[in-house]
Write a protein that binds this ligand. Structure first.
Ligand code: BGC
Length: 415
């Protein structure tokens, strides 16, 4: 008996070696833009998992926060007939690629997704009723990150209104701290602008960015949004132009910057630097936004390989792994997000993630769980691009807020 078990084990070992040596392992080419410290740690979990499952991981990491460069690289790959096995794509762009008949469905791997995900997220992974993408996690955008030591030094508290925010910014300035750490790139400009829109209420946000309602877009309240944004800009340092988001986060980590508006991938950087919430830094909902939640969901969409309309075993395994309970947990722990799956325990997560989860649940109920325009989860890329141009132009000029509003209303009509 013992001998036969031994020879069985030897046989299995040989068989496995054969798989590795003889039959080439399926290569998974993967395009994404996760290149910062926290981001790389998070995606490495998936790479290691897939490698353990016997797949060869070919990494196409294209640097550039929010993925504009990655989306250009993706188009080049597809046009040259080298579509990746999976690419980080989100929101309406998933539909666009599906409409071009470029994606494959991974329904086989998605049998329990619907039962365990928020319905808004679940439906955005589908095209024509089939799953063509797998979601990683939920990032909240409307955060304000504050260095705790700086805050104590100036005797301040996390601001809940814009007047409190500007009062704190003044204190930081007086103490020689850059009040707002920012990177002047269009998507980072949009992060601030969109958050200020949200501070006017979930209904206002919905009318402006979901419905593109002209009356609200041209309202005095919209002028106020541009005025607040202009005032915030006055608290950046001189070197903000073109700065990458993680370098702005590094300023808040070191304390040379007091605050940053950024999605909670920033928390991945704090964690990577061994900083703890409540002790070293504070995560607060941005002023006026504690009852609302703007989100972005990262996902991998799966591309047809060599003209095959069906998903490969590797693509199916990748989709299944991304939505597995263990991976969802570990990925978000490194990334700063919360799992998409609602059946992942939050026990191992820090206070910011728990707050994010509680607020996610509450805002789903209240109707204030809102997709982000800045991060591609809302509107077509053409409309979002036109709005982004207006906002970025405004933030880099001395334009009158009323002129900003006029241009915004025009941009919202571009389809
Ligand atoms: C993605 C995040 C990423 C961030 C910065 C966002 O668009 O959703 O996963 O960390 O860009 O690169």
């Amino acid at each position: 008996m013992k001998r036969s078990l031994t020879s069985l084990a030897a046989g299995i070992t040989l068989l496995m070696a054969g798989t590795h040596a003889g039959l080439a392992a399926e290569q998974l080419s993967v395009l994404h833009w996760w290149t910062s410290g926290g981001e790389s740690k998070a995606i490495r979990v998936l790479k290691d998992d897939m490698t353990k499952q016997g797949y060869e991981w070919k990494d196409f990491a294209i640097a550039g926060g929010a993925g504009a460069a990655a989306m250009t690289a993706l188009k080049t790959q597809v046009i040259s007939g080298n579509a990746p096995s999976a690419a980080q794509i989100k929101g309406p762009l998933i539909q666009d690629w599906a409409d071009q008949d470029m994606l494959v469905n991974v329904d086989q791997s998605a049998t329990d997704w619907k039962a365990h995900s928020p319905s808004q997220i679940d439906s955005s992974m589908k095209a024509g009723g089939h799953y063509v993408a797998a979601p990683f996690s939920v990032h909240r955008i409307n955060w304000l990150w504050i260095n705790k030591v700086d805050l104590e030094k100036v005797g301040g508290a996390a601001p809940t209104t814009w007047p409190e925010f500007f009062a704190l910014a003044e204190k930081f300035r007086a103490a020689g701290i850059t009040p707002v750490a920012h990177g002047g790139q269009p998507w980072q400009d949009m992060t601030i602008w969109e958050t200020v829109v949200l501070s006017q209420g979930a209904d206002f946000y919905r009318k402006v960015l979901v419905d593109l309602d002209q009356k609200t877009l041209t309202s005095p309240q919209m002028v106020q949004v541009f005025e607040i944004v202009q005032k915030i800009r006055g608290y950046f340092d001189k070197g903000y132009h073109g700065r990458d988001w993680n370098l702005a986060t590094a300023m808040v980590i070191s304390g040379s910057g007091g605050m940053q508006f950024m999605g909670d991938w920033a928390k991945g950087e704090f964690a990577n630097a061994n900083k703890k919430p409540d002790a070293d830094y504070i995560c607060a909902a941005a002023p006026g936004t504690s009852n609302a939640y703007t989100y972005t969901v990262d996902s991998f969409a799966f591309f047809q390989q060599n003209g095959k309309k069906q998903a490969s075993p590797g693509q199916l395994a990748l989709a299944k792994t991304i939505m597995s309970v263990d991976f969802q947990q570990q990925f978000s722990l490194y990334k700063g997000s919360i799992p998409v799956r609602l059946d992942v325990s939050m026990d191992k997560f820090d206070s910011c993630a728990r707050k994010s989860f509680a607020d996610e649940q509450a805002t789903i109920k209240s109707g204030a769980f809102l997709p982000s325009l800045a991060f591609g989860n809302l509107q077509s890329p053409v409309t979002a691009g036109a709005i982004t141009d207006v906002v970025t132009n405004f933030m880099n000029s001395n334009e009158d807020p009323k002129e900003g509003v006029r241009k915004l209303a025009a941009a919202a009509k571009i389809k």
